[in-house]
Ligand binder design. Structure first.
Ligand code: B12
Length: 211
């Protein structure tokens, strides 16, 4: 098993092969975190770039994503049990109007792998649902994902709703997704932005450590 092989098979969308390679890697004692970081995430990055360049269609992108999930399904339970003490609780969700969840799921997964307890609210999450979840779950961090320029304003709406509910002080808010930038994050009053899932974990660590 090599990571290159996993990346190639994810990009090709060969779910049974990806599952087989993941099983073999795990049987050899490969850390699940590494399969995610070295195999799945770079594979999906490449697929996204190819799509943007017009080299592949959405259908091929979706088939690649399905292959990625064939591996993620095996890795996820292992990531969650690796850590015995949690660093904190995070709520994640894709904002209102937005149905993209591949990136959000990767962030959720790496946060779990990084020692956080994660509550995933799913896609198309209205501001009121984030507010209710914060009341119920009492998280340390709230992570908002958006993949469309037209749903970026829903991130700001969500932050304003959290403020209006008087809950802003107790949590750190992180934002991300392909169209989101550091500058946008600052403008809407988020605590941090990260360009990818592993940076999301280090930013969460940094913000919670108060540095
Ligand atoms: C897959 C996909 C879809 C799938 C989504 C399936 C799913 N379950 O997610 C489907 C086919 C449903 C879809 C639909 C649409 N899509 Co689409 N889609 C994509 C595509 C090809 C890939 C997105 C993706 O998953 N990338 C891979 C992941 C791993 O990357 P990522 O999401 O960016 O996440 C990473 C980082 O951004 C970051 N991150 C993500 N979230 C967060 C959150 C936090 C807090 C942090 C810190 C970090 C972070 O970490 C992640 C991992 O490293 C992109 C093109 C692209 N190259 O981005 C278009 C794209 C996003 N879609 C687009 C459009 C226009 C649409 C539609 C409107 C199409 C239509 N006309 O119907 C609909 C909208 C539906 C809706 N209401 O949401 C446009 C958006 C244009 C724009 N600027 O707004 C894009 C850019 C394509 C394009 N070039 O035109 N889409």
């Amino acid at each position: 098993m090599s990571y290159e092989e996993i990346r190639e098979q994810v990009a090709k969308g060969n779910a049974p092969k990806v599952k087989e390679l993941t099983e073999a890697a795990l049987a050899q004692g490969t850390p699940p975190q590494e399969i995610l970081q070295e195999g799945l995430i770079p594979a999906m990055d490449t697929v996204g770039e190819k799509f943007q360049a017009g080299e592949i269609f959405v259908s091929e992108m979706m088939i690649a994503a399905r292959a990625m999930y064939a591996s993620l399904d095996l890795i996820k339970p292992l990531l969650a049990t690796q850590q015995s003490v949690t660093k904190g609780k995070a709520i994640v969700g894709t904002v209102k109007g937005d149905l993209h969840d591949i990136g959000k799921n990767l962030v959720a997964m790496l946060m779990e792998g990084g020692g956080y307890e994660v509550v995933d609210l799913g896609i198309n999450v209205p501001p009121s649902k984030f507010v209710d979840a914060i009341r119920e779950q009492n998280p340390d961090i709230v992570l908002l994902s958006a993949l469309l320029t037209t749903t970026m304003p829903a991130m700001e709406e969500t932050i304003r709703a959290i403020e209006a509910a008087g809950l802003r002080g107790s949590i750190a808010i992180g934002v991300g997704g392909a169209p989101v930038t550091q500058e946008f994050a600052e403008r809407i009053g988020a605590d941090f932005y990260a360009p990818d899932a592993s940076a999301a974990v280090s930013q969460a660590n940094r913000v919670l450590a108060g540095s």
